[in-house]
Write a protein that binds this ligand. Structure first.
Ligand SMILES: Cc1cc2nc3c(=O)[nH]c(=O)nc-3n(C[C@H](O)[C@H](O)[C@H](O)COP(=O)(O)OP(=O)(O)OC[C@H]3O[C@@H](n4cnc5c(N)ncnc54)[C@H](O)[C@@H]3O)c2cc1C
Length: 280
């Protein structure tokens, strides 16, 4: 397959190219793009590679927000001291993506923009309240919660001409604990049958606050708001009933990794396990 390749040296140059060429496809680590091109699902005539556009990097901002640039590799985020200090569960979640080989190539921005509902980082980013930052030529920027960025299977709220420039993770509320559990009945490097990210604040032996998000159970990673509501104020003996609500909140379909009914049941089991592990 032949296409014209642009390798902009800055974000502004990349945005100007996208404004000039509406037909251009963006490429970051290319791990998803190459597969889509091989399968004939994407046939680009023009590709804008972000590899040299200076969009990588991880930093802690003055207000305590963690910034992860879009072209930061998943491996760099996984092994970053700043990410681990901010939220160890986020670093561990990055470490659950595929294999080291894939993680060294795939980027944070590419992962979110690809919007495969079975990916690992999105549920965790939703559970800890992360936002995506989008930019377009001319300097306009906007922020959108990761849960609103993912609108459908392989579809996002990124408009034509926009680029995802990075992810902002707010400082966790004091006392918040988080975890990511990935149910993998086949192999360690597979996509999940069901995955659950939970961020919970515990006070006086009860759950004071909870955010729960799941992957592989619908068209996008989803936030389980009714389950969160039921968990708030729950004592340890009430967790099982609260977690059971998740069964009716997800929109699972049959796929290669399990039937919809099995996924609903596993969502209940793994939500309860995740929350219990944070109460321990
Ligand atoms: C063998 C294999 C196993 C995998 N297993 C897992 C797994 O277990 N868990 C998991 O979470 N993921 C898994 N993945 C998916 C992987 O995480 C994604 O392929 C990867 O994160 C995409 O990132 P990339 O930088 O390679 O994106 P690319 O392939 O370059 O791009 C992907 C999409 O995002 C768009 N895009 C890229 N960057 C931007 C940007 N900055 N702004 C706007 N649009 C952009 C592209 O146009 C394209 O549509 C696996 C992939 C492979 C190949």
């Amino acid at each position: 397959m032949s296409y014209e390749l642009h390798r902009p040296r800055s974000l502004d140059e990349a945005l100007a190219l996208l404004e000039r060429h509406e037909d251009a496809h963006v490429m970051a680590g290319a791990t998803a793009m190459v597969l889509l091109m091989r399968q004939g699902l994407v046939r680009p005539e023009r590709v804008v590679s972000l590899r040299d556009a200076g969009m990588s990097g991880i930093r802690r901002e003055a207000d305590g927000t963690l910034w992860i640039g879009a072209t930061t590799t998943i491996r760099d985020a996984e092994t970053s001291d700043a990410v681990r200090a901010h939220c160890a569960a986020l670093a561990e979640t990055f470490g659950r993506v595929a294999t080291v080989r894939v993680r060294c190539q795939a980027t944070i921005g590419g992962n979110l923009a690809h919007a495969d509902p079975a990916q690992d980082p999105p549920p965790m980013l939703i559970a800890i309240g992360a936002e995506a930052e989008l930019a377009r030529a001319g300097g306009a920027r906007r922020r959108i919660a990761v849960e609103d960025l993912l609108v459908d299977q392989f579809a996002t709220a990124i408009d034509p001409g926009e680029l995802l420039v990075g992810v902002r993770v707010p400082p966790p509320a004091p006392g918040t604990r988080a975890t990511y559990v990935k149910f993998l009945p086949k192999t360690e490097d597979d996509y999940a049958t069901v995955s659950v990210a939970a961020a919970v604040r515990v006070a006086d032996g009860r759950i004071a606050d909870a955010r729960i998000a799941l992957g592989s159970v619908g068209a996008t990673a989803i936030r389980a708001r009714k389950t969160e509501q039921a968990l708030r104020g729950a004592a340890p003996q009430q967790i099982a009933d609260a977690a059971a609500i998740v069964r009716d909140e997800i929109d699972a379909i049959d796929d290669l990794r399990g039937s919809a009914a099995y996924k609903r049941e596993m969502a209940r089991v793994w939500t309860e396990r995740a929350v219990r592990s944070l109460m321990a």
